[in-house]
Design a protein around this ligand. Structure first.
Ligand SMILES: *Cc1c(COP(=O)(O)O)cnc(C)c1O
Length: 394
């Protein structure tokens, strides 16, 4: 047997036994997985706008697919325009920045220390594209942007774009005030919703975001349960035209049509079940945070804890229990619970699997930290779980 297939098989059966609490991940439905491995996985479709024809043959259904998925995305996010080809959230960010930021200008984003995305730090995307990034003033203890301080910086730095969004993300933004501040200073407002895309689609978090921001973008595989990819949404015709100009041969060439097919299936599922799913995710993360807290591992921001799919731990609270972020992840991994090594816990995937026992999961996590082996019960919970919010395939 192929060594590679052997590894794939081992991975699949290992992960099917674990409870995945990784905030950046989710699980695909059987139909979305099927679409991902279709014949389209090795095909091209590239419509050349100026020439008015496809550079490749045999692409009829893929052309139709691209149109359909764009329409579905507009429906799900209630946007006028959508761009579904970016290969990831990072590429979507790159395309948005290419489209809205001129060289030598400035952007502002939330610092890494406050949970902002690493890609916006000066040595990454800004350096490649030749502009500067400055931190949005932020109160970490309340998880809020400091609007007065921001206003002063908008005056002195004159950025052309403010990018909201965090990778460590538990609280909404005051979008109305931010929009007014930015627009009063001739600055556009963008929202990198990579982590919360599924919650926005399901209207459980900042559902009206497109009424305030000029452009919304992010990953399609974190709280949004699609295949790995990126998406850009806007109501602004000029922005979508600039975005379209910056896709082919600037940020990427092929867009992986099978990924797009899979995203389309996830969009259909989100359209039908998104509200129930997103509500469940947010409820589960709050309930899990409360349970952890009751069991002796208080997450940050008690008593409200979170408004999203994420719970954030403080390293100090783990040090009190004799471990740190890495140790926490390692201990849980031995007990078939998967979390990242940065202190985030996410409830998207367990919610999609219809798991309601979050109170017990909180207790199991703390019990494992105290040195007990909880793997048997963890595997049992996982074994009994079944994928929800999609068509049942027997
Ligand atoms: C995860 C993340 C990205 C990158 O997304 P990919 O889909 O992995 O390319 C960008 N921005 C934020 C805020 C993220 O959390």
């Amino acid at each position: 047997m192929s060594r590679i297939l052997e590894l794939v098989g081992k991975h699949d059966s290992y992960r099917s036994e674990t409870l995945n609490l990784q905030a950046s991940e989710n699980i695909l439905s059987p139909n979305a997985r099927k679409a991902l491995s279709s014949d389209m996985a090795s095909r091209y479709s590239l419509t050349l706008e100026h020439e008015g024809y496809n550079a490749y043959g045999g692409a009829e259904y893929m052309e139709e697919l691209l149109d359909e998925v764009e329409k579905l995305a507009c429906e799900v996010f209630k946007s006028k325009y959508s761009e579904v080809r970016p290969l990831g959230g990072h590429i979507a960010a790159e395309v948005v920045l290419l489209s809205l930021v001129d060289r030598k200008r400035n952007i502002m984003s939330i610092s890494e220390a406050n949970g902002g995305y690493t890609g916006y730090q000066n040595q990454y995307l800004p350096q490649i594209m030749g502009f500067g990034n400055y931190n949005i003033p932020y109160d970490g203890s309340r998880q809020e942007i400091l609007l007065d301080d921001l206003e002063r910086l908008l005056e002195s730095l004159m950025p052309c774009l403010v990018v909201l969004g965090q990778s460590f993300f538990v609280k909404h933004y005051d979008l109305r005030s931010l929009r007014n501040l930015c627009h009063d200073h001739g600055c556009k407002l963008a929202y990198d919703a990579s982590h919360v895309m599924g919650l926005i689609a399901g209207e459980a978090f900042q559902p009206d975001v497109l009424n305030y921001v000029d452009v919304l973008f992010g990953s399609t595989h974190k709280s949004f349960f699609g295949p790995q990819g990126g998406i850009i949404l806007t109501n602004d015709e000029e922005i979508i035209e600039a975005v379209r100009r910056n896709i082919t041969w600037r940020a990427m060439d092929n867009y992986n049509p099978s990924r797009l097919a899979s995203l389309g299936v996830a969009m259909e599922e989100m359209r039908q079940y998104g509200k129930d799913y997103a509500r469940k995710v947010v409820k589960n993360s709050f309930d899990l945070a409360k349970s952890l807290s009751n069991a002796g591992l208080a997450p940050r921001f008690s008593p409200w804890f979170t408004e999203t799919h994420q719970i954030l731990l403080s390293e100090t609270s783990l040090l009190n229990l004799g471990t740190n972020f890495e140790g926490f992840s390692n201990i849980l991994e031995r007990n078939y619970i998967v979390v990242d090594r940065e202190g985030r816990i996410g409830t998207s995937e367990i919610s999609r699997l219809g798991i309601d026992e979050v109170e017990e999961i909180g207790e199991l996590i703390v019990s494992a930290l105290k040195g007990n082996d909880v793997s048997k019960r963890v595997k049992e919970i996982r074994r009994e779980a079944k994928i929800h919010y999609c068509e049942v395939v027997e």
